[in-house]
Design a binder for this molecule. Structure first.
Ligand code: COA
Length: 331
């Protein structure tokens, strides 16, 4: 948990997102594996996902999203002094994706740049980390990116996982709340990890442990168990955040949840008693883009006029670990 003091207030000054141009529908997938649009859509809400070609590296996706966010915030790249890239699909083990992004964007050599891996909760972890670093007074403007090339860690013959994920990137700029709207800002954030759940969702090979026929660099998942923990974790963190701020679910104008599965989102809506209309949902067009899913959704929500000045926005996510986290933002 982290709740730096409310003053000075740091807020989201701009958002951006980018997805590779290739769109692959459920029907497209059904030409190569035994599945159907009916099966995938009825269990997940997904109709299509964007998939990268070789030229769309995680870095390239991140850079495009970052450029859009900088433009939106009306900031120059050299005003950024902190860059965090949340990803579990970096281009390389080292250097970090953030270093590669820094180079392409032309950020200041004094900018702190690093990657953060909390899988699909990565963006919320990165947001909270950036907020804490800004609140220390040592950094001024943070670029926080969620970027994933999930297509590289999928076994395209495993229908239980490959139909669920997609590629993309989203970015935000965090900085001091504008003088004419000092009430805007991140109000609270909470992070957590559920013990003894690390076997439920993993990429067993490709780190420092050896690759074997059993431990390949592909996602494995116990879907039903992940589903239950996801709903419970996100509901709990949302309730804790609201209680900490003395707010109620009625105060929430928009929930931007991790986009993994429409049924999970509907279950949270039911348990929190927040109507479905107050959730921003785009999982049908992207699938699960892991750490990129919340910043892509937030960017689309803003550009669609779903977020207005003064609105209370809840971000909530879960992912491998199993990790979970949430943040409350006053727009
Ligand atoms: N197409 C067709 N059939 C498929 C399929 C596919 N793509 N994938 C699995 N099936 C089959 C299974 O083999 C199983 O067949 P069987 O009964 O003959 O063994 C059957 O469909 C039912 O599978 P089941 O696991 O019962 O489905 P489900 O209702 O639990 O849905 C998930 C599966 C993965 C969609 C669901 O569990 C889920 O979304 N879990 C959360 C996963 C998640 O969000 N992960 C990301 C976390 S960040």
């Amino acid at each position: 948990m982290s709740t730096p003091s409310a003053t000075p207030s740091f807020t989201i000054l701009g958002t951006g997102s980018h997805a590779p141009s290739q769109v692959v529908t459920n029907d497209d997938l059904a030409t190569s594996i035994e599945t159907s649009d009916e099966w995938i859509h009825s269990r997940t809400g997904i109709r299509a996902r964007h998939l990268s070609g070789p030229e769309d590296t995680t870095t390239r996706l991140a850079v495009n999203a970052a450029r859009a966010a900088l433009l939106d915030a009306n900031l120059a790249a050299n005003q950024i002094d902190l860059l965090i890239v949340a990803t579990c699909t970096p281009d390389l083990p080292m250097p970090s994706t953030a270093s590669l992004v820094q180079n392409e964007l032309g950020l200041s050599p004094r900018a702190a740049c690093f990657d953060l891996n909390a899988a699909c909760t990565g963006f919320v972890y990165a947001l909270d980390t950036a907020w804490a670093m800004l609140s220390s007074g040592r950094y001024h403007h943070a670029l926080v990116i969620g970027a994933e090339k999930m297509s590289t860690v999928l076994d395209w013959t495993d229908r239980t996982t490959c139909v669920l994920f997609g590629d993309g990137a989203g970015a935000i700029i965090l900085g001091p709340a504008p003088a004419d709207h000092p009430a805007s800002g991140i109000l609270a954030a909470r992070l957590g990890t559920i013990p003894s759940t690390s076997d439920l969702l993993r990429i067993p090979g490709g780190g420092s442990s050896p690759l074997t026929p059993e431990a390949r660099r592909y996602i494995t998942m116990k879907g039903r168990e992940v589903f239950k923990f996801a709903v419970r974790g996100m509901e709990e963190v949302a309730r804790e955040l609201l209680a900490e701020q003395g707010l109620a679910t009625e105060n929430i104008a928009l929930v931007v949840p991790h986009q993994a599965n429409l049924r999970i989102i509907h279950a949270i809506s039911e348990y929190l008693e927040v109507p479905r209309e107050r959730f921003f949902i785009n999982v049908e067009r992207y699938g699960n883009t892991s750490a990129a899913s919340i910043p892509i959704a937030l960017d689309e929500a803003r550009r669609a006029g779903r977020v207005q000045r003064g609105d209370l926005v809840l971000l909530v996510a879960f992912g491998a670990g199993l990790t979970y986290g949430g943040a409350l933002v006053r727009w």
